[in-house]
Ligand binder design. Structure first.
Ligand code: HEC
Length: 106
């Protein structure tokens, strides 16, 4: 009886956590978020002609070995660079933006 309750509780916690990962990532939405929130500083797509040259482009970020999916998610959940403003993206928005950035890997 008690064990069954524990399984149920674990499932309650895990299911939404898993749903927030990978599968739901929507690259097109990631692009919309990037164009809206990031393009003021970052060059977020190959076609963008303006951005700051002091800021890495998304193509550079997407191909940096150091910035794998986990590192990008962690960074976007809590950007630690002083030159970058605090972002308040939800987990699913972060997943979408990360999918979009990683899609720029050449
Ligand atoms: C106000 C300007 C600004 C905006 C807006 C901005 N960034 Fe940045 N970002 C920077 C700068 C500057 C850096 C370079 C690192 C530094 O020195 O802060 C950076 C670095 C990064 C990095 C690399 C971090 C690393 O560890 O090298 C990622 C990833 C990133 N930005 C993602 C984003 C995303 C995604 C958005 C939009 C949701 C965004 N940024 C919006 C200025 C900005």
């Amino acid at each position: 009886m008690q064990r069954r309750f524990i399984c149920f509780a674990v499932a309650l916690v895990l299911v939404p956590a898993l749903a927030g990962q990978g599968a739901a990532a929507d690259r097109a939405n990631g692009r919309r978020i990037a164009e809206r929130w990031c393009a003021g500083c970052h060059v977020v797509s190959p076609g963008q002609s303006r951005g700051s040259d002091q800021v890495p482009t998304f193509a550079e970020i997407g191909s940096a070995e150091r910035l794998d999916e986990g590192a990008l998610r962690a960074f976007l959940a809590d950007p630690t660079h002083s030159r970058m403003p605090p972002l308040s993206l939800t987990r699913s928005e972060i997943a979408d933006v990360v999918a979009y950035i990683q899609g720029q890997r050449p």
